[in-house]
Design a protein around this ligand. Structure first.
Ligand SMILES: Nc1ncnc2c1ncn2[C@@H]1O[C@H](COP(=O)(O)OP(=O)(O)OP(=O)(O)O)[C@@H](O)[C@H]1O
Length: 588
């Protein structure tokens, strides 16, 4: 086991922390602006009061109202600019942190989630935060301050009339509250449905080739359809349960309802001489301010709740446990005697599924060790522990006698390279793809690596040669892509190499060239190869046979054949498959 101290999982900073000061200041400025924005309404009431009393001196009021209006406009403009700038800063920071985090998360984190979920967090969720930072705070403050100020103002003018005017408002809010009851549990469920929908859509699109080739019409997209249908049911049920209360609430909270109540009650009181006309005007003007403002606040609640839950989701990703990083990393000494890689008592389980159970394995310097075994025996899992895509739950993996958990990841990748089955090329020039691990490598070195990987001639045929961009003007076959990855590994020149041989057999010429490229890349290196076709690893220095997560046999090809065990059976099976294929070809 590792003996070094490891840092606790990095504490994720609050997603909104960098925008906090801006948001608080903009909230205050917006509140003041909103109050200033009410000045023209107060001025209108005051002007009508003076005119009704025969006082024509209204110009000072007009001037004050205009100044207040200018203050409001300036405040709105300034807060708009500041919040949008804060949004750009925060979104950029979050995207950068998320990308850094995704690089540090163990591979297991990704296999537990589909690519739809990851895309939703990085792209959609960060974009959704725009609403919160650039809009929600200022918009809600701007909408909430006038109604509150108006209520206080009307209570001061005539508290009894004010209470009567507020009746439709209070009833409307009670109905609204009833409509929203259960939203606390329904809303997170709604968000989970959206994630499921997005995941099902991505799965469907990713598998479209298989769908077209094998799917009976409609059958392959069934999962997507099922998720869509279940989501529609969920949403309809929710809408049905809340629609009546929502409609009544919206009618009561609308400005016309307020006007009807205020005009009727106010008119009766004014006619009876209990309410001055100027007060009636104030109620008519400010009554609609209250309802209009509240409607805006309520409309903003939904995007606000969405944005807050988004912020929580992003925070959870940033706080997800990473593979521990050593506090004091040890630099492995390549001169250490003994095996280059040593695995002891390695156990690894995916939840309940035990993939490796007590595996011991040594990779001796400059040798090729082949991992073979039936499908699901744990070969890929074992190989992925060496570049530390995950840590074993028990036991240890050592490089030059140092536990991988004690080595800085950047240092580890200076020693270990890998070529996996699925050739991963990035959307950049072929040249940059090859020199991914050595960005400063010169043209000569890149070409030499490509030549050794048996791909240079093909790359030179591309429209812009090595400058052609993958996915734009560099369309390569699977076998060619794999050879580019091999060129990358050759140029990276790491002493230890993990190699997952392709299962999908390429055409014979491609196949032969891949084999030539591989024999180049393994030269003078310590290699762990996952062998899917036993013919290719006959000459390996050592063959390790896995079965159900355990090493059941080890030795050279001839020794293992002589033992008549699992390897011999696998070999026989492979031979028969090869002969069968050859016979079929010959009889054509
Ligand atoms: N991400 C995962 N989640 C859950 N179980 C997994 C996961 N990956 C692999 N397994 C399981 O772990 C076991 C070992 O899988 P692994 O892929 O290492 O085997 P393998 O020998 O490489 O198989 P193959 O030759 O088919 O690629 C299998 O039972 C497999 O179903």
């Amino acid at each position: 086991m590792s003996t070094s101290t490891v840092l606790p999982a990095r504490r994720a900073p609050s997603v909104l922390a960098p925008a906090r000061v801006t948001l608080i200041s903009c909230g205050i400025v917006t509140g003041v602006s909103a109050l200033a924005g009410m000045a023209p309404l107060i001025a209108a009431v005051e002007i009508s009061r003076r005119l009704l009393h025969g006082d024509a001196d209204v110009w000072p009021i007009v001037v004050v109202a205009l100044v207040a209006l200018a203050v409001k406009q300036f405040g709105t403009f300034a807060t708009g600019v500041l919040t949008h700038l804060a949004d750009i800063r925060v979104s950029f920071g979050i995207r950068r942190n998320l990308l850094g985090k995704l690089r540090r998360l163990p591979l297991g984190w990704f296999t537990d989630r589909n690519s739809g979920t990851v895309k939703k967090i990085v792209e959609d969720d960060v974009a959704a935060l725009h609403q919160l930072i650039a809009h929600s705070v200022v918009e809600i403050t701007a909408a909430a301050v006038p109604p509150v100020a108006a209520i206080v103002y009307l209570l001061v003018i005539d508290w009894r009339m004010a209470l009567v005017s507020l009746l439709p408002l209070v009833t409307g809010l009670v109905m609204y509250q009833r409509a929203m009851a259960g939203a606390g549990t329904k809303y997170p469920e709604f968000m989970r449905w959206l994630t499921r929908l997005s995941g099902a859509a991505v799965e469907f699109v990713n598998g479209i080739a298989v769908v077209k080739a094998f799917g009976t019409p409609g059958a392959a997209s069934r999962r997507f359809q099922e998720v869509s249908r279940s989501f529609a049911h969920f949403f309809l049920d929710w809408a049905r349960a809340t629609s009546t209360a929502t409609v009544i609430a919206e009618i009561l909270l609308s400005p016309p309802s307020m006007l009807v109540v205020t005009a009727t009650a106010g008119g009766v009181l004014t006619a009876a001489g209990r309410l001055p006309v100027t007060s009636l005007i104030a109620f008519l003007v400010f009554g609609t301010v209250i309802t209009a403002g509240l409607m805006t606040v309520m409309m903003s609640v939904h995007p606000l709740v969405t944005a807050l839950s988004t912020a929580r989701g992003i925070h959870e990703v940033l706080a997800a446990p990473e593979l521990p990083v050593p506090a004091e990393p040890v630099v492995p000494d390549t001169g250490t005697p003994g095996p280059v890689v040593r695995m002891r008592g390695v156990r690894f389980a995916y939840g309940e599924t035990v993939a490796l159970d007590g595996v011991d394995l040594d990779l001796e310097r400059g040798t090729i060790t082949a991992l073979v075994g039936p499908s699901g025996s744990g070969k890929s899992t074992l190989a992925k522990l060496l570049p530390r895509f995950d840590d074993p739950q028990q036991g240890s993996v050592e490089l030059y006698g140092v536990d991988l958990r004690d080595i800085d990841p950047a240092e580890l990748y200076r020693h270990v390279a890998f070529v996996f089955q699925d050739p991963a090329l990035l959307r950049m020039s072929i040249r940059d793809n090859i020199r991914l691990a050595r960005p400063d490598a010169g043209d000569e070195a890149v070409r030499a690596a490509a030549a050794k990987a048996q791909i240079l001639d093909r790359l030179e045929e591309l429209p812009r040669g090595l400058d052609s961009v993958v996915g734009e003007d560099a369309e390569l076959s699977g076998g060619e892509r794999q050879r580019v990855c091999i060129a990358r590994a050759i140029l990276a020149d790491r002493p230890v190499l993990v190699l997952d041989e392709a299962t999908a057999s390429a055409d014979p010429e491609n196949e032969a060239r891949i084999q030539d490229a591989l024999s180049e890349v393994v030269r003078e290196r310590t290699v762990l190869v996952i062998a899917h076709r036993l013919s290719t690893i006959r000459g390996a220095d050592r063959i390790v046979v896995l079965d159900a997560g355990r090493v059941v046999e080890r030795g050279r090809h001839e020794e293992l054949l002589a033992r008549q065990g699992l390897y011999a059976r696998l070999w026989e099976h492979d031979e028969r498959a090869r002969e069968g294929a050859a016979d079929r070809l010959e009889t054509r």
